[in-house]
Ligand binder design. Structure first.
Ligand SMILES: *[C@@H]1O[C@H](CO)[C@@H](O)[C@H](O)[C@H]1NC(C)=O
Ligand SMILES: *[C@@H]1O[C@H](CO)[C@@H](O)[C@H](O)[C@H]1NC(C)=O
Length: 123
């Protein structure tokens, strides 16, 4: 199955995506049980540890939007995260400083199918 992926960002920043296993530009092919990295980074490289970084998920079957991951005030905010994604998501904290907000999602399965969006706020 595949995960669709896109990004929102502040107009002053350009976001680059480098996605492995790309199909039709934004589809990532994954297999059940696999850990995936959704690549997202901003250019120019800005220190994202001082920004609010969010990942959202849109469930295309239920049409619901859920919080995948939230990073603000210099740390992850698990309280803002939907149960579906609890303990399954990781930002690469060492890479945030370089503008890389890629997300690791553990053990994907069919119920994770949908649209993932990376968002940088207050820039
Ligand atoms: C961003 O970080 C992820 C996770 O470490 C890595 O896979 C990806 O290659 C990085 N992107 C760049 C351009 O370094
Ligand atoms: C997918 O994983 C979730 C969380 O681990 C689990 O609750 C659900 O039953 C799994 N769904 C399928 C189709 O395997």
């Amino acid at each position: 199955f595949s995960l669709l992926f896109h990004h929102k960002y502040c107009p002053s920043l350009k976001i680059h995506t480098h996605i492995k296993h790309i199909i039709l530009f934004l589809f990532i092919r994954v297999s059940a049980g696999e850990d995936v990295i959704l690549n997202c980074e901003v250019e120019p490289d800005i220190d994202l540890t001082k920004k609010t970084v969010e990942w959202k998920y849109f469930d295309t079957s239920t049409k619901k939007e859920l919080w995948v991951h939230m990073f603000r005030n210099g740390k992850d905010d698990p309280d803002s995260q939907d149960d579906k994604f609890k303990k399954r998501t990781f930002l690469f904290h060492d890479k945030l400083k370089e503008g890389n907000l890629s997300l690791k999602l553990l053990s994907v399965n069919l119920s994770d199918e949908g649209i993932y969006t990376c968002i940088v706020n207050n820039c």
